[in-house]
Design a protein around this ligand. Structure first.
Ligand code: HEC
Ligand code: HEC
Ligand code: HEC
Ligand code: HEC
Ligand code: HEC
Ligand code: HEC
Length: 411
């Protein structure tokens, strides 16, 4: 009797410990990184400057207390005149960081821990579309799960053996005859009857993992993050906007004027490529495609009668039901191109879709980002009115001016 009891309670304890340990690992191991990816990655990388500074080593630059305050409400700290905050603001072209009053201290500490622990990957960090990292990560989770399941299976096998031997010994001692042998299925039915709770736990766990997986699967339908099509000419943003520091607006001037940023006509390229006939490796074929499309003869310097416009493959494409306007964000909202398009000039030899471009992505930013109202001609009177209502600039998010109302983005 005592043997069976001992066995049962040990088994329970063991299972409980295993489950708890396993879930704690899964839940906490990814916390900081996941939080960083969903909140900070649009503007920060640990190793490179994106919109904000590279964050590696930030724990040595500021105290933890300062970091907690800063990350929750950077604009508030700048406004309060904290010397470190004001210096950061001035050194980064007076860009404002988003407000994160929704993050708890523990979550911010987890993010900082992630920044402290994270190691630079062998290759360039920013060069990869974010999607690949995500996939690697979830397959890791599956490996952990499989290993854990296997260990559980082994342990349960050993326990069953022990139980069987013990029971046999007990029956022998008490002179009870051996029960008839059971088939595997009968054995399973018998086991489930005696272990209803355990069975329920296993089924619920499987169901939960299944639903979470399916949910994430559904969420990513129609999301084209990381999309990186081949282009008819191997034009490189890294070379032109990065190494040569040509301003984005030089080629995408539409972003300043209105809805569409626009892709430049080949005549813009000719401002330089009339003279620059080969690339850094001495290769002429890609630049020759510009000449061919314009029916231009580089030797004589004359244009022929048959230009054929280049068909660039579009990378970003919102569905028609949604309205997005570049100048509203870039000129009025003072948001840098890189906040939405990523480190274009640092790593994109081929342009790719950096952000998710889902409705949740737009709304999330509208909930967090304060409207740049101070000294903004668009908002003179409205600013005073809203300040009277909400009290502080850092609380005047896009949401407060109606940026989460359906009709603003859907007409
Ligand atoms: C919208 C872009 C944006 C987002 C999102 C953002 N930051 Fe920042 N961050 C900045 C900018 C810009 C600065 C530089 C200071 C300034 O100009 O206000 C900065 C500065 C910092 C600094 C100080 C760095 C230093 O070198 O001293 C820390 C720490 C920081 N951010 C952490 C975070 C964390 C953690 C998150 C996510 C929870 C985050 N940031 C999200 C833009 C952003
Ligand atoms: C010398 C001209 C030039 C400069 C400078 C330039 N671009 Fe581009 N950009 C192009 C061309 C040409 C394309 C279309 C081919 C491609 O997608 O690579 C393009 C495509 C893009 C796309 C993808 C458009 C789509 O199809 O959805 C984005 C986003 C973009 N550029 C952002 C930027 C940003 C941000 C900068 C500044 C850091 C910049 N560009 C600087 C010429 C330029
Ligand atoms: C607030 C986020 C955001 C900012 C800031 C932003 N973009 Fe965009 N960009 C988008 C979205 C969303 C699309 C897709 C628009 C669509 O399909 O209608 C896009 C599309 C583009 C395209 C291709 C389609 C088009 O409109 O021509 C180019 C090129 C581009 N952006 C360049 C830029 C440049 C250059 C800047 C900075 C001057 C910039 N973007 C700033 C979000 C942004
Ligand atoms: C402001 C001047 C300037 C403009 C505008 C410009 N380029 Fe260039 N581009 C250069 C220079 C300079 C090089 C050669 C860089 C080198 O040799 O280091 C180059 C190189 C190239 C190459 C060769 C890359 C390689 O690896 O072989 C291609 C292709 C190219 N540009 C395409 C374009 C296209 C397409 C446009 C228009 C959308 C454009 N460029 C606009 C200056 C410019
Ligand atoms: C990086 C942050 C950010 C992202 C991402 C973003 N927005 Fe915005 N959006 C802003 C800011 C800041 C403003 C306020 C600009 C201003 O002062 O008018 C704004 C304003 C707007 C407005 C005008 C709202 C109003 O009440 O006047 C519309 C419409 C809009 N955004 C649509 C979109 C759509 C659609 C997307 C996604 C495809 C998007 N935005 C993504 C920051 C963002
Ligand atoms: C800040 C801009 C913004 C606001 C506010 C907004 N949406 Fe959207 N919505 C979008 C964008 C962008 C898409 C396209 C997203 C995609 O293709 O993943 C979209 C897609 C949709 C779709 C198509 C289904 C889908 O997921 O593709 C529906 C339906 C929709 N929105 C309803 C609403 C309703 C209802 C509201 C008000 C409660 C609302 N939206 C507010 C930007 C917005």
């Amino acid at each position: 009797m005592t043997n069976a009891y001992l066995y049962k309670s040990t088994k329970r304890l063991l299972l409980l410990t295993l489950f708890t340990a396993f879930y704690t690992c899964v839940a906490f191991a990814q916390d900081g990184e996941a939080l960083f990816n969903s909140n900070c990655k649009t503007c920060h990388s640990p190793f490179d400057k994106v919109v904000g500074p590279a964050l590696k080593g930030v724990e040595n630059r500021h105290s933890e207390e300062w970091l907690l305050k800063w990350i929750k409400n950077a604009p508030g700290m700048i406004k309060s005149g904290d010397p470190d905050a004001v210096k950061l603001y001035n050194d980064n072209g007076k860009m404002q960081m988003t407000v994160f009053t929704n993050l708890k201290d523990e979550e911010i500490k987890a993010i900082i821990k992630y920044i402290v622990d994270v190691k630079p990957p062998a290759a360039s960090v920013a060069a990869k579309p974010t999607e690949e990292g995500g996939e690697e990560k979830s397959s890791n989770t599956w490996i952990y799960l499989l290993v854990a399941a296997f260990v559980l299976y082994l342990i349960s096998g050993i326990l069953r053996r022990t139980q069987h031997t013990l029971a046999q010994a007990l029956r022998k001692k008490q002179g009870v005859p051996e029960p008839a042998a059971m088939t595997r299925w009968q054995g399973f039915v018998h086991w489930s009857r005696n272990n209803k709770k355990l069975l329920a736990i296993i089924l619920i766990t499987l169901f939960m993992f299944g639903s979470v997986k399916a949910w994430y699967g559904l969420m990513s339908i129609g999301v084209t993050q990381g999309y990186k099509p081949d282009q008819p000419i191997k034009y490189s943003h890294k070379l032109h906007a990065g190494d040569m520091k040509i301003s984005c607006i030089y080629c995408h001037s539409g972003a300043e004027r209105g809805k569409v940023a626009g892709v430049p006509s080949l005549n813009v390229c000719m401002n330089c490529h009339k003279f620059v006939k080969q690339g850094p490796t001495g290769d002429k074929t890609e630049i020759a495609k510009i000449y061919k499309a314009l029916d231009y003869d580089p030797d004589k310097g004359t244009y022929g009668p048959n230009p054929k416009p280049i068909q660039w493959t579009r990378v970003h494409n919102l569905p028609d039901l949604a309205y997005f306007n570049h100048s509203q964000h870039f000129v009025v909202g003072k948001i840098e191109c890189q906040t939405c398009h990523g480190p274009v000039q640092d790593s994109m030899t081929v342009a790719y879709q950096y952000s998710k471009l889902t409705m949740g992505w737009c709304i999330d930013c509208h909930r967090r980002t304060p409207v740049q109202m101070a000294n903004n001609a668009y908002y003179n009177d409205y600013h005073k009115e809203l300040l009277a209502k909400y009290g502080s600039d850092s609380l005047l998010t896009v949401e407060r001016i109606g940026g989460t109302e359906c009709a603003r983005c859907h007409y």
